[in-house]
Design a binder for this molecule. Structure first.
Ligand code: MF3
Ligand code: CO
Length: 256
C-alpha cells in the first residue's frame, strides 16, 4: 500500500481526532492512582471516548478485547485490562489509546507513574518521552523517514536501554495502521522521503534492560524477555514543510 497524503479536509478531521485523544489521555492520567484496576482504566477510557462522540479504535481490532491497552511494568504494549490487576504504588503503567472521529484515526500512548516510583523508573519514562521529541526533529518534509528512527536510536542508546525492535510506529489516517512502518532503531537506509500531508504514529518503546520481547499466552500482551521495566510514548504527527504538527499533543494547551 502506498503512503497516503491527506487532503485539507482529512487533516481537519484528524486534528479533531487528535485533540479529542489528547483530552482522553489527560483524563486517564488524572485517574491513575494506586488501587485502581486496569479494567477500571479501560472502562473510564471507553466512556470518555464515546462521550466525545468517537469510537475506540482498538476495541475488537483483530480481536483485541478492550478500548485502552494498559501495560504495567515489564509489559511493553497491548496489556489486556483486568479487574483483578490493581495498580500498586511504584508501578509504571503505559496507556495506549486510539479514537475514530468521522472515519479518521488518532493514536497516542503515555506512560504514567503510579504513586511514587524509583528514580530509575522515572528516568526511563523521561528518556522514552524525550526520544519521541528527538525523533520528530526530523519529521519534516525534505528529511527521510529513517532519519526519525536514527535520531531516536542515537538519543536512547547512550542510556544503555533496550530499544524494542519487534514493534514499530506506522502511518495512520482512515485506517489505524497504514504504510509506512516507522522503526525506532537504527536503519542502514534513509527510507522514503517525507512529504507534507503524511501522518505518522511515532511510538518509541524502550526497555530498561535488553531489547528482546516476548508474547504472553493471551497472544496480546508483549513483555520484556528479561523482566525489566518498559515505557512507551506515542503521538500522531503531521508532516509539514516546517515544524511537525503533533496532533495528539499541544503541551497541555487543551486544558484551558
Ligand atoms: N497503538 C497501537 C499500535 O500502534 C495499537 C494497539 S493495537 C490493538 O499499534 F490491537 F490493541 F488495538
Ligand atoms: Co500506534
Amino acid at each position: 500500500m502506498a503512503v497516503t497524503i491527506k487532503s485539507a479536509r482529512e487533516l481537519e478531521l484528524m486534528r479533531e481526532a487528535g485533540r479529542i485523544l489528547e483530552k482522553v489521555h489527560d483524563e486517564l492520567g488524572k485517574a491513575i492512582k494506586p488501587g485502581i484496576s486496569t479494567k477500571d482504566v479501560d472502562t473510564l477510557g471507553e466512556k470518555i471516548i464515546r462521550d466525545f462522540g468517537c469510537t475506540p479504535s482498538f476495541l475488537d481490532y483483530h480481536g483485541y478485547p478492550a478500548s485502552i491497552c494498559v501495560s504495567v511494568n515489564d509489559e511493553v504494549v497491548h496489556g489486556i485490562p483486568n479487574k483483578n490487576h490493581i495498580l500498586q504504588d511504584g508501578d509504571i503503567v503505559s496507556l495506549d489509546a486510539g479514537v475514530i472521529y468521522k472515519g479518521y484515526h488518532s493514536d497516542a500512548a503515555r506512560t504514567h507513574a503510579v504513586g511514587r516510583v524509583s528514580d530509575a523508573a522515572a528516568k526511563l519514562m523521561e528518556v522514552t518521552k524525550q526520544s519521541f521529541f528527538e525523533g520528530i526533529k526530523y519529521a519534516k518534509a525534505g528529511y527521510h523517514l529513517f532519519d526519525i528512527s536514527n535520531a531516536i536510536d542515537a538519543y536512547v542508546r547512550p542510556f544503555g536501554y533496550g530499544i524494542v525492535r519487534d514493534l514499530v510506529g506506522h502511518g495512520i489516517g482512515s485506517s489505524l495502521h497504514e504504510d509506512p512502518q516507522v522503526p525506532n532503531f537504527r536503519q542502514i537506509r534513509r527510507g522514503i522521503r517525507l512529504r507534507p500531508g503524511m501522518t505518522l504514529a511515532i511510538e518509541p518503546m524502550i526497555n530498561m534492560g535488553r531489547f528482546e520481547v516476548e508474547w504472553l499466552d493471551d497472544d496480546w500482551t508483549v513483555v520484556t524477555k528479561d523482566g525489566s521495566l518498559s515505557a512507551h510514548y506515542e503521538n500522531t504527527v503531521l508532516i509539514t514543510d516546517g515544524e511537525p504538527e503533533i496532533l495528539t499533543f499541544n503541551g497541555g494547551l487543551n486544558d484551558r
